[in-house]
Design a protein around this ligand. Sequence first.
Ligand code: DAT
Length: 176
Amino acid sequence: MSRQNPNIVITGTPGVGKTTHAEQLAQTLGFTHLSVNQIVKDEGFHEGRDEETGSWIVDEDKLLDHLESLPLIQTGGYILDWHACDLFPERWIDLVIVLRCDSTILYDRLTKRGYAGKKLEENMDSEIMQVLLEEARESYAEEVVVELRSDGAEDVEGNLGRVEEWVRGWRVDHGG
Ligand code: DAT
């Protein structure tokens, strides 16, 4: 593998702060932010929405083919932001960040976003049961997965500093 930069996945329950972190990280590191949900929508990599939850039924093959057509694997320097991570082949990914949020805070963020009923309940359960953290741990080597808190603005700042530091270390380890 001769990537110049690492590829980073930012995952977690909706509302934990993936977009917030991914946008700021992409800007400071000069990386490309891929909002996977946006790609699914824009490129039509789905078979419509689930009637109950309203979330996209993703055509994973088409999505993976599209991602594979990008220089992501060769060059690195991509931040993949999605509420799932087990889809991405291990060899593509150098760091998986699972953002976590206090449930009271998450409840407020999701209701503000208009989530209600079953959709709200399922996402709250998912965060409380740490579904995405388990998914990440099952899909990637232990040292690749890091769990970070995203309750307040000070967490974002601290997390960004930590990841920038990690990227610097990665570059040194990989001859950068
Ligand atoms: P996601 O992309 O995971 O759905 P987001 O980045 O869109 O989440 O954040 C949802 C809302 O919560 C948005 O209004 C920004 C806010 N938010 C996220 N993380 C935060 C944090 N650590 N501190 C303060 N506000 C945060």
